[in-house]
Design a protein around this ligand. Structure first.
Ligand code: GDP
Ligand code: FO1
Length: 308
């Protein structure tokens, strides 16, 4: 790999766990964070995937929930509820402080990239977490009877078929400068087991990004194991949108980008099919990241393949 950087595209769940493992083996990478989940709540700018990455890498994450800060309290949120505020999205007191600080810094005219970098410094994180864009971008989910922000769909666990994913802002949003620079300096791009439709697809929807990534070596890891998501609505979403709900469907989604795809070791049939029908090199290993060891082991597996 020499001194070359690695670019990792990431959502907040599977992506953050993988990045955590990778950070224990190398510091030579940057993380591009999906900002399609960004939303304004109580006038504050939330950047859920940036925050999950930040809390994970700093060891502050509430691991049990998979989001928010460990041992946080909800005094402010509970009081807001008493005052009649909607509380479908739970904001812990410490978490709120982060959103207040972010919003305040953004109001001074700083970009989301600059603000994220400042926050990361406070959290003692050396790995660059780079928002995919500094421009307005929100992922919305169109359902039969309504269209909602992805956060609302995700947190309220809304049921029913989804009709369309809307990348709001896509036309006017540019990839951040740091994203483009990091990509330029990278030989390899890693697509960890994140949601292809609303975490990675969001990043890939930005102008020129797919074209730039095609010039790199790309290694991806399936977020589905035996057709099931480890967490979250991916399987339901894929079914609604008529994708095959398994690792083959994910490989097909990334078909024009992938050089190597990693599927779980219990998926040998699917692995064969991906090789045969999509002509992508497929590797098999345990892809479930339950423990810190799992995370490092999977990252090592990926790094070893890059060194070969
Ligand atoms: P989100 O922003 O919270 O949705 O997180 P990501 O987009 O980064 O990741 C969500 C996806 O990661 C889901 O589809 C999960 O199935 C997948 N995922 C989470 N943990 C694991 C894991 O340990 N192994 C694998 N293979 N996939 C995982
Ligand atoms: N996830 C939940 O399931 N329930 C919540 O109330 C919730 C609040 C929340 C607040 C701030 C934040 O940064 C993330 C939060 N999350 C919550 C997680 C978030 O919905 C997910 O990370 C999604 O963005 C999926 O990627």
């Amino acid at each position: 790999m020499g001194g070359k950087l690695i670019t990792v595209l990431s959502g907040g769940g599977g992506g953050a766990k993988f990045v955590d493992g990778l950070s224990r083996l190398t510091q030579n990478f940057s993380v591009i964070a999906n900002t399609g989940d960004d939303i304004e709540i109580y006038g504050l700018h939330l950047s859920p995937d940036v925050d999950t990455l930040m809390y994970t890498l700093s060891g502050e994450l509430d691991i049990k929930k998979g989001w928010g800060i460990n041992k946080d309290s909800f005094v402010c949120q509970n009081y807001l509820k008493l005052l009649g505020h909607e509380d479908w999205i739970k904001l812990g007191d410490k978490d709120l402080a982060v959103h207040i600080k972010r919003t305040e810094l953004l109001k001074t005219g700083k970009s989301l990239t600059e603000v994220t970098s400042e926050l990361c410094k406070k959290f003692g994180i050396n790995i660059p977490i780079l928002p995919m864009t500094d421009d307005f971008f929100q992922t919305h989910i169109q359902m039969e009877s309504c269209t909602v922000h992805f956060e609302e769909y995700y947190i309220k666990k809304l049921e029913g078929d989804i009709k369309k994913i809307i990348y709001k802002g896509k036309k006017n949003a540019s990839p951040s400068e740091n994203f483009l620079n990091t990509l330029k300096d990278s030989d390899w791009v890693i697509i960890p087991p994140s949601n292809p439709l609303v975490s990675i697809g969001t990043i890939l929807s930005l102008k020129s990004i797919k074209k730039r990534i095609r010039k790199k070596k790309v290694i991806g890891i399936s977020p589905l194991i035996q057709g099931r998501a480890v967490k979250g609505p991916l399987a339901t979403m894929m079914k609604s949108l008529n994708y095959e709900v398994n690792s083959f469907g994910v490989a097909k989604y990334y078909e024009d980008l992938l050089d190597i795809f990693i599927v779980d070791k219990i998926e040998s049939n699917i692995a064969e099919r991906i090789k045969r029908e999509l002509d992508i090199e497929v590797l098999m290993t345990n892809t479930l990241m339950n423990t810190r060891n799992d995370r490092t082991r999977l990252s090592k597996f990926v790094l070893n393949k890059m060194i070969e």
